[in-house]
Write a protein that binds this ligand. Sequence first.
Ligand SMILES: [Zn+2]
Length: 197
Amino acid sequence: MYGYGIFAGLAIASFIWLSGCGASKPLPVSVTEDLTMKKAKEIHERIVTLDTHVDFTPANFTDQRNYTQRLDTQLNLPKMFEGGLDAVFFSIFVSQTREAQNPDAFMPAGYERAYKAAIEKFDAVHRLVERFAPDKIALASTAADVKRIHAAGKKIALIGVENGYPLSEDIGRVKEFCATDGNGMDYRRSDDRLSSR
Ligand SMILES: [Zn+2]
């Protein structure tokens, strides 16, 4: 949405500029579009482009199948390089909607399963940056990391914890997840009765 906003904003800005510059004849639409695209591409190249929410499955983070390959996933490294996307927040999302169907949901065993699912996702991101493509992407924990990695010409991986279910009832896990490179956490309410407490 952010990218679309830039494009839409530029389209409006260039329209105003072109229509307000006193030219007696407006430029053809194709020329206007070319100028807009040129300007948009310049901005795109200058800034650190960031996708703040990328869901994934650890099944795509194995030795045989991973994001160094052009998978049919929305995101992977070949597509990031091709599209000029610099940084992504990998989402550590564990839902309890499906979990609620299990008899031990919201009990220690259910919480433990959710916690393990979250850790599996943390590990998957680590495999990507440490084993599969350390020459192409690195993990950032701070804004300074993002700048440093970007300057080195690599893609940037960040980790965001989406939904608090894997925390179970142990608030200490917030600290633990932060120490495991989680840079952000949101509290989701979908149709989950215990979500976001
Ligand atoms: Zn998500």
